[in-house]
Design a protein around this ligand. Structure first.
Ligand SMILES: [Zn+2]
Length: 274
């Protein structure tokens, strides 16, 4: 995914400007990382990012660095009476950082703004009706660089690791998917053969999920993944980080490809089975 990102940057600006852009970006990040790591932030990671305590010491250090950069670099907005706080920023950044633990020098560069609402958003449909109830929007990721999240859902999903749901992971997986300019579920691996294998496995898993959803058969992957290929990747990522053992057991090749994509194996973060 880093290669895909670099391709996107070089096609957008000249090589010289790209180097200058990277130089100033790296300098800014170094400055952020020389800042203090507040004790209160450690408490937030420990209590609000369920995966944190299962990480190795090296991974915990990297997660702190990524968290610090995301908190420091993004524009943060709170709406509908919610007051922006370190708890909100660190909880969201710490969960998003899980997706980047195996990646070097990438910090959701194409996400500019994280917008947080206290509760799921209600949207007006085209015919003017208000959408509510079970069809509410807990989160959205826009190709233009905004991520919108319901704080209520962030809190309930992120405190407990490995319970199958994590809104932040879901929305930030969409952001990774969008690095190539389109959130469509097509991933770019280091070698073209693996990218092609992803396309094949993803298509066949998507079709199987769609059929199971139509027949009402129980599935590990949430039916929402049968909506389209973008949602399939976001749901598969959520399951990869939240239910890695079951995903490996039931969808072995999909799991293996996601290990290659994220460069981590979340099974090592889970409590050992005795
Ligand atoms: Zn989604």
């Amino acid at each position: 995914m880093v290669l895909a990102l670099q391709r996107l940057c070089t096609s957008a600006i000249s090589c010289h400007n790209y180097q200058m852009f990277n130089w100033s970006k790296n300098r800014r990040r170094k400055r952020i990382l020389t800042g203090p790591w507040p004790v209160a932030w450690e408490t937030i990671l420990t209590s609000s990012v369920g995966h944190f305590k299962g990480l190795s010491a090296i991974e915990q250090g990297k997660l702190r660095d990524i968290t610090q950069i995301i908190v420091g670099e993004k524009n943060w907005e709170a709406h509908d009476g919610l007051a922006m706080s370190d708890e909100i920023k660190v909880t969201i950044s710490g969960n998003a950082a899980l997706l980047l633990l195996g990646v070097e020098n990438y910090y959701f560069d194409h996400v500019s703004t994280i917008i947080v609402f206290p509760y799921p958003m209600r949207r007006e449909t085209q015919d003017g009706l208000i959408v509510g109830g079970k069809t509410h929007h807990a989160g959205e990721a826009w190709q233009s660089g905004q991520v919108v999240l319901s704080w209520q859902d962030v809190v309930s999903d992120s405190r407990h690791a490995f319970d199958g749901r994590n809104l932040v992971i879901h929305e930030f997986a969409h952001c990774l998917d969008g690095i190539d300019g389109e959130m469509g579920g097509s991933l770019h691996f280091d070698d073209p053969a693996t990218s092609e294998r992803w396309r094949q496995v993803c298509n066949s898993e998507f079709e199987a999920l769609k059929t199971a959803a139509q027949l009402g058969q129980p599935t590990l992957l949430d039916y929402y993944g049968a909506t389209n290929m973008a949602e399939f990747f976001a749901v598969a990522s959520e399951t990869f980080f939240e239910n890695p053992r079951q995903l490996k057991h039931q969808h072995s090749e999909l799991f293996g490809l996601l290990v290659k994509y994220y460069h981590v194996d979340p099974r090592s973060w889970m409590p050992q089975i005795r």
